[in-house]
Design a protein around this ligand. Structure first.
Ligand code: ZN
Length: 254
């Protein structure tokens, strides 16, 4: 039993355990090219949260990881088989209920560890922060913690790409098909210049952008690349968790 993983902990061990920071990992259930499992984002969320929390715990941080929410926002993939969509308004309702429990029980810091590009919690946390003024609410997407180009030969993708494939080859090689069965993850470009250049935004219509549901070529992925990236992501995140856990929310700035 890891005492910082709620799903494994029992009430006997934790009922008087101090908890400064709760971590809520949030994934998605969706197709990942031909070769990665639907739970890719959930597996990444589970493992990255647990390892980051372990490293922080060993440095004295009183953290607790909640079970990963397995469904995310998949509004751009309505026609892709069994991509399970949670609307942002549903996510906010879930968040409200979790925050209400934490707030009532005097656990005043929450980090949402996001594992899926379609999830966007910032506006929700702004709104919930007004409703729960004693809560310190934060969010971070683990895939933005490091410069991918230092780890991968094809760093441009963002879905079932070399990075995600390498991670899964490291974490769950039993669930990855041979890479010659993967599509090339080629993504079409927007016709509209501002969208193409990225300074304007519209949601991607997934099945128009890519043939195989992937965005980014996975072919050069290896377990070694995944291991190195996983270790550095969790190391960096653990420092963040430690800082958050120890943060005095009445004195946030210097
Ligand atoms: Zn993913």
């Amino acid at each position: 039993m890891r005492p910082y993983i709620l799903a494994e902990a029992n009430w006997k061990h934790i009922h008087d355990q101090p908890i400064d920071l709760v971590i809520l990992p949030w994934g998605a259930t969706e197709a990942h090219n031909y070769h990665l499992p639907y739970a890719t984002d959930v597996i990444e969320a589970d493992t990255i949260a647990a390892e980051s929390a372990r490293l922080a715990w060993e440095q004295g941080a009183k953290v607790m990881v909640l079970p990963t929410i397995p469904f995310g926002v998949n509004t751009g993939q309505t026609d892709i088989l069994l991509d399970i969509n949670l609307y942002p308004s549903t996510q906010k309702a879930i968040l409200n209920d979790i925050i209400e429990v934490l707030n009532r029980q005097g656990i005043h810091k929450l980090l949402i560890l996001n594992s899926h590009g379609g999830n966007d919690f910032k506006t929700m946390l702004r709104e919930l922060g007004v409703q729960y003024p004693n809560m310190f609410l934060s969010t971070c997407s683990w895939f933005n913690t490091l410069d991918k180009s230092k780890y991968f030969d094809e760093p441009k993708g963002d879905h079932a790409d070399e990075m995600e494939t390498s991670l899964l080859l490291h974490l769950r090689p039993d669930l990855v098909l041979p890479l010659d069965e993967a599509g090339d993850g080629a993504a079409k470009k927007w016709k509209v210049q501002a969208l193409r250049e990225g300074w304007a935004w519209a949601e991607r219509k997934w099945s128009q952008v890519t043939e195989d549901t992937g965005i980014g070529n996975p072919k050069q992925a290896t377990a070694e690349k995944g291991k190195r990236y996983f270790e550095d992501v969790t190391q960096k995140l653990s420092g963040f968790l430690l800082e958050l856990a120890n943060l005095d929310v009445k004195a946030l700035y210097e």
